[in-house]
Ligand binder design. Structure first.
Ligand code: GAL
Length: 697
């Protein structure tokens, strides 16, 4: 028995495909036929269609033309290719934006946009909602029963922010509701006595702006949360329109994006609740680590883990990734041979049941004509096409082996909360160029991977019951936390859990209002320490750390132990010290503490140490928490990931380096596609940039 059904009742295994734009080729009947032939050659069986096709579905107001889409869907269906059908709200046609001014967003400085581009619509505009409702309902009525269609791709990457008067007035209502219509509650929460910024009524509130209020952090975070709320509200509205008119119930998703700048995004945990399947768009920036592609892979893995955890382990869809260069990035680097295939299988190992690219075919004009695609301007006789076809072949083998729906299990959870990320972005502390929030999480996750430890992601929406599943929870930088989640963490420790927190945590609530208590605030008893100050180091400056004997015995690189960035100066209360700072006036301040609290343990790591020592600290805590590691310490760039169902444990070995590697296997492994068995502890030989998959015996 499998843990999860396929992500749509209308697919029966792993799917593989791309965003497809037949509307760009309507005058070329031969292209559809050629595409179908090439999709078969590339072992692709799914496409997403229609996200930018509104101008062809409704070429003028109230005139609908669905014939071309019928034809495309019919042909795809005959060819056995499935379709995510998109709602077209991300890209309104010119006639709509031209005729209805208030459908166009207003920017931060109050300028209304001209017609043009995509993601430019004001989601508070009533007429925009009316028009979206009309097209969505018509599409649902017309196509929900089409046998090619397996699910709804709602809009495309919601956003950006809108500062129109209507939206700001909705923001005021949102705040009235949040603060029980009591402006004094808001004034207190936002600390508006500062610089005379007090509000006499909700009517005085405007959006934050670089040309207006930008120092009231309560306002800034409320605006961020409101934008997330408004976009989510629109998402739900689009779903409701579909549900009202569809004749066959299909799963819905929307593609999440820009995770790498999490602090600018939306609270996707709330979006996930509204959808049936989670999907996301992955655009790693490999050029940032040219010789260490696994660093970017680990970043992607973090988000795969998020997308899986947010639906309690349910497989997700990798809706977009570039098969080669991503043309909007700082450097449009090609994927070296093999890398794309590894990334795809990496996504699958983390719980993706569909691997899809942006884009199927390169356009001949406009801004994405040089973006990576499966089919090039010159056709399919390319390295990229061949690699994709080979990936497709592997996915078929895996699909046959029964991996679809299998669960990627984790005993460790990392706390990554969007509201916290928004707040951290604005804190005006530590340094002007704060370390990137996401990078700190990536380092941590890399350490965990080096021991074959999988992680889930939890956040303030996670219940006590959910937290209790984990042997270890790590809150690396939980600056903003509400009482409810703080209490859930305390309960988790009391009941025997192990909690590890990083510096600058538990300081403010979700309105970015600081708790007037010694840090770590509500969790002071739990950690048995208090923090008095936080120091920031200068670029290149390091402070060394001396480990207690119990940890020191585990590493031979004492001189290499240091922290950079920032660190807390803490005092022990009930906790004991496992490491101390060892330089300058910071000497003897604890760097790592441990407190036994009721049935559990709480560790406070006052600094983010360099990777090698972070790894030792993490291993020590993993052992104390009794976490099962899938492997012995792995070399950089190697990963062991497991997905399992009631019948089988699928194990994936990855080598993202350019060297041969040997990964020692703990259990016996059978090849998925042959009879070959590797006895335990013999080691699996890994060629450069390779992946191997087995079933664990
Ligand atoms: C995504 C977007 C796609 C395409 C892609 C290019 O963010 O959803 O439509 O523009 O970027 O990388």
């Amino acid at each position: 028995m499998k843990d999860f059904a396929p992500y749509s009742p209308y697919v029966d295994g792993i799917t593989h495909g791309a965003d497809y734009f037949p509307e760009q080729w309507l005058d070329r009947e031969d292209i559809l036929e050629e595409d179908i032939k090439l999709m078969h050659e590339a072992n692709c069986n799914i496409v997403s269609i229609g996200m930018f096709a509104w101008a062809f579905l409704e070429p003028s107001e109230g005139v609908f033309e669905f014939g071309w889409l019928h034809k495309v869907l019919d042909r795809l269906n005959e060819a056995g290719i499935k379709v995510w059908l998109a709602t077209p709200s991300a890209s309104p046609p010119r006639w709509l934006s031209n005729k209805y001014d208030d459908t166009r967003i207003v920017n931060e400085l109050g300028h209304r946009r001209k017609t043009g581009e995509r993601q430019c619509s004001s989601l508070s505009s009533e007429i925009f909602r009316e028009k979206v409702a009309e097209i969505n309902k018509r599409l649902a009525k017309e196509f929900s029963s089409h046998p090619a269609v397996i699910g709804w791709h709602i809009s495309n990457e919601y956003g950006p922010w809108d500062y129109s008067e209507k939206t700001v007035s909705m923001f005021r209502d949102y705040l009235r509701d949040y603060f029980d219509n009591d402006i004094e509650k808001l004034n207190k929460s936002w600390w508006t006595a500062f610089w005379s910024r007090r509000y006499a009524s909700f009517d005085e509130i405007d959006a934050p702006s670089s040309n207006g209020d930008n120092s009231l952090h309560g306002l800034t975070i409320a605006w961020q949360r409101f934008q997330s709320f408004l976009n989510l509200d629109f998402f739900k509205f689009e779903i409701a329109c579909i549900r009202e008119a569809e004749t066959r119930h299909l799963p819905v998703t929307t593609n999440f994006h820009i995770f790498r700048q999490m602090e600018y995004g939306f609270d996707y945990t709330e979006f996930a609740e509204a959808e049936d399947v989670v999907s996301w768009d992955d655009y790693p920036e490999f050029y940032k680590h040219p010789n260490e592609p696994w660093k970017e892979a680990a970043g992607s893995a973090f988000i795969h883990n998020y997308c899986r955890s947010v639906k309690d382990g349910k497989p997700f869809v990798l809706m977009e990734c570039s098969p080669s260069a991503t043309n909007w990035q700082e450097f449009c680097r090609l994927r070296p041979p093999g890398l794309q295939e590894l990334m795809n299988l990496f996504a699958l190992a983390h719980g993706a049941d569909s691997i899809q690219y942006f884009q199927w075919r390169k356009s001949l004009g406009s801004s994405e004509k040089f973006h990576g695609a499966v089919v090039d301007h010159g056709g399919s006789d390319t390295r990229v096409f061949r690699e994709i076809a080979s990936t497709g072949k592997m996915l078929k083998v895996l699909s046959k082996s029964g991996v679809t729906g299998a669960r990627t299990k984790a005993e460790v959870a990392i706390v990554m909360d969007f509201c916290n990320a928004f707040a951290f972005k604005n804190i005006q502390a530590l340094s002007r160029n704060k370390p990137r929030f996401f990078d700190m999480f990536k380092d941590l996750q890399e350490c965990l991977y080096s021991f074959g430890v999988m992680t889930d992601i939890v956040d303030r929406h996670s219940s006590s019951e959910k937290l209790s599943q984990y042997k270890l929870i790590i809150a690396p930088l939980l600056y903003a936390v509400d009482e409810n989640f703080a209490n859930n963490l305390i309960t988790y420790v009391k009941n025997g859990g192990t909690l590890l927190a990083g510096p600058f945590s538990f300081i403010a609530n979700l309105d970015d209002h600081v708790y007037q208590m010694k840090r770590p605030g509500l969790l002071r008893d739990c950690f048995g320490v208090y923090i008095e100050e936080t120091e920031t180091l200068l670029p290149g400056e390091r402070v060394s750390i001396k480990l207690a004997d119990v940890l020191l015995s585990r590493t031979d690189s004492e001189s290499d132990i240091y922290t950079e960035n920032f660190f807390d100066l803490m005092h022990l209360e009930n906790a004991c010290s496992l490491a101390e700072f060892n330089d300058s006036w910071y000497k003897a301040y604890p760097a790592l503490s441990k407190n036994n609290f009721a049935d559990g343990r709480a560790y406070y790591l006052a600094a983010f140490p360099n990777l090698s020592i972070l790894s030792e600290v993490i291993k020590f805590i993993l052992d104390e928490a009794g976490v099962n590691c899938l492997s012995e310490k792995l070399n950089d760039g190697c990963f062991v990931i497991r997905r399992e169902n009631a019948e089988k444990k699928f194990v994936f070995y990855f080598n993202f380096t350019n060297e041969n590697q040997m990964i020692v296997n703990k259990s016996a492994l059978s090849c998925i596609d042959c009879d070959f068995v590797i006895p335990p502890e013999t080691g699996v030989k890994m060629k450069p940039m390779s992946v191997r998959f087995f079933v664990e015996n």
